[in-house]
Ligand binder design. Structure first.
Ligand code: URA
Length: 242
């Protein structure tokens, strides 16, 4: 099947001569100020290569996905506000540092988003986590909210919304609508995502310009079944069942 051309660049440590660096497909750029794509480092590209490979087994898929999820969570946390905090070290000197301001919670879009909960817990001990289930309505073919369980004080928290694949963006858009309807300010939502389609990322970023999207990679497009291409197939199936 023919695919749109993808950007490529040499990947590898700078001390190596350019002639010894392999060329790899890197993320498509998205010209929206609220879309933040992880640096296309050799490590990230190698991790993505593992999870995209159809021959990668489930244990490895989980292991390497978790490593990318960890990178996303760490980068997402960089978008939260901090305030000055001066401390004294054990040798009696002061250090001018910072601490996070405010409280956070995670909200996973079921089922694939639940795969990102552990990565969030690994970085933020005892973090509250809510869930949203959105599925396509058989009659209308539109996304429909089936279930949500969110922290009662969610309006006072920064929300890290979790979904690994942003295809058309229908579920993510509806999830943000739900959060806003519960009083969460739009600019207190961060959407963490592994792979996005260019159309999904643009559509989402335009509809919610104050939500920050942190993604590892923007792919080339969608196929006729709305799978992201080249993508990695069905993330939930590969993480939970295959
Ligand atoms: N969800 C997936 O799991 N994969 C895709 O390619 C698109 C949506």
């Amino acid at each position: 099947m023919s695919q749109p051309t993808a950007p490529s660049q040499t990947v590898g440590p700078e001390y190596r001569p350019a002639t010894q660096l392999p060329t790899a497909t890197v993320s498509t750029s998205v010209s929206r100020p609220n879309v933040h794509i992880l640096a296309q480092t050799p490590q990230l590209i190698a991790l993505l290569t593992m999870i995209r490979d159809k021959d990668t087994n489930r244990a490895d898929f989980i292991f390497y996905s978790n490593r990318i999820i960890r990178l996303l969570v760490e980068e997402g946390l960089n978008h939260l506000p901090v305030v000055a905090k001066e401390i004294t070290t054990p040798v009696g000197h002061t250090y001018a540092g910072v601490k996070f301001e405010g409280q956070i919670c995670g909200v996973s879009i079921m089922r694939a988003g639940e795969s990102m909960e552990q990565g969030l817990r690994d970085c933020c001990r005892s973090v509250r986590i809510g869930k949203i289930l959105i599925q396509r309505d058989e009659e209308t073919s539109k996304p429909k909210l089936y279930y949500d369980k969110l922290p009662e004080d969610i309006a006072e928290r920064w929300v890290l919304l979790l979904d690994p694949m942003l295809a058309t963006g229908g579920s993510a858009l509806m999830a943000v609508d739900v959060l806003i309807s519960r009083g969460v300010p739009e600019d207190h939502i961060l959407f963490l995502n592994l792979i996005a389609s260019p159309e999904g990322a643009k559509n989402f970023a335009e509809q919610f310009p104050k939500v920050r999207v942190v993604t590892a990679f923007v792919d080339q497009g969608l196929d006729e079944k709305n799978y992201i291409i080249p993508g990695l197939g069905d993330f939930g199936d590969r993480f939970y069942t295959m």
